[in-house]
Design a protein around this ligand. Structure first.
Ligand SMILES: [Mg+2]
Length: 256
């Protein structure tokens, strides 16, 4: 099994170097799955924007509470709660509970526990988290160019329904981790995608930005993959990545 040796926050700190660009051709593909957060849109950006909207709403309801918080503090609590609930999040209900719990803990942390307000703030967050997504500029041109030749799918650990994110009718299959009780990099989620795409491992390609979840996950499932490295970061020399691109627009070029 391939293991990652990435340290720190994934994508921000990657050790060692491997300078070669990887534009080898990929042939025989019939279906392509795409990761969502970080691959099709800037997750950090929409998450911060949504928390800003939550803070504005809190300021309207309880200005004193809002002044005790800022976006970084809210992110810190979300990360803490996500870590605490990591092994107990098996389905959509758990995931939604986990997210609501983050707002409960946030209000508790500032000495103003209020579960009703936490649920309301969570609703505000989720609304903006999906409705205000801005796709990377290369997403629609790429998907529109590929859709007539390949079966396209979404393979995600989040709950980003395509129709809520400006991607209606572009995917023929969708696999969300919480619907199956497993998450990437677990090989079984890739297996589910294969079944939904109705093709063999050899005919399947996965594209994603996370070395841990997308690349190592796909490699362990025996599936070919392309690392979308938008920020052109260096990667761990122990992982041999055959295909990597800096923009989705390069994908069409390497598909033979
Ligand atoms: Mg991602």
């Amino acid at each position: 099994m391939v293991r990652s040796r990435i340290t720190g926050r994934e994508g921000l700190l990657i050790r060692h170097s491997e300078e070669e660009s990887s534009m080898k051709r990929i042939t025989g593909i019939r279906a392509i799955s795409f990761d969502a957060d970080g691959t099709l849109w800037d997750f950090e950006k929409v998450m911060r924007h949504s928390l800003h909207c939550v803070l504005k709403e809190l300021e309207r309801i309880d200005p004193e509470a809002a002044h005790l918080l800022d976006i970084d503090k809210m992110i810190e609590v979300r990360e803490r709660v996500a870590e605490e609930w990591k092994d107990k999040t098996a389905n959509l209900e758990d995931l939604l509970f986990n997210r609501r719990q983050a707002f409960r803990e946030t209000l508790k942390d500032i000495g103003r526990p209020d579960d009703t307000l936490a649920s309301h703030l969570d609703e505000v967050y989720l609304h903006h988290r999906f409705e205000d997504i801005e796709l990377f500029k290369d997403v629609l041109p790429t998907l529109n160019a590929l859709r007539s030749r390949y079966t396209l799918g979404l393979l995600s650990n989040s709950i980003s329904y395509p129709e809520r994110c400006g991607l209606k009718d572009l995917f023929q299959f969708v696999v969300f981790s919480q619907d199956h009780g497993v998450a990437k990099p677990d090989s079984s989620l890739f297996q589910i995608a294969l079944e939904k795409a109705r093709c063999s491992k050899e005919q399947f390609l996965h594209v994603g930005d996370s070395l841990e979840n997308d690349i190592i996950g796909a490699m362990n499932a025996g599936i070919r993959c392309v690392w979308l490295n938008r920020k052109q970061m260096k990667h761990n020399s122990e992982i041999t990545i055959e295909h990597r691109i800096a923009s989705l627009l390069e994908l069409d070029k390497i598909l033979g």
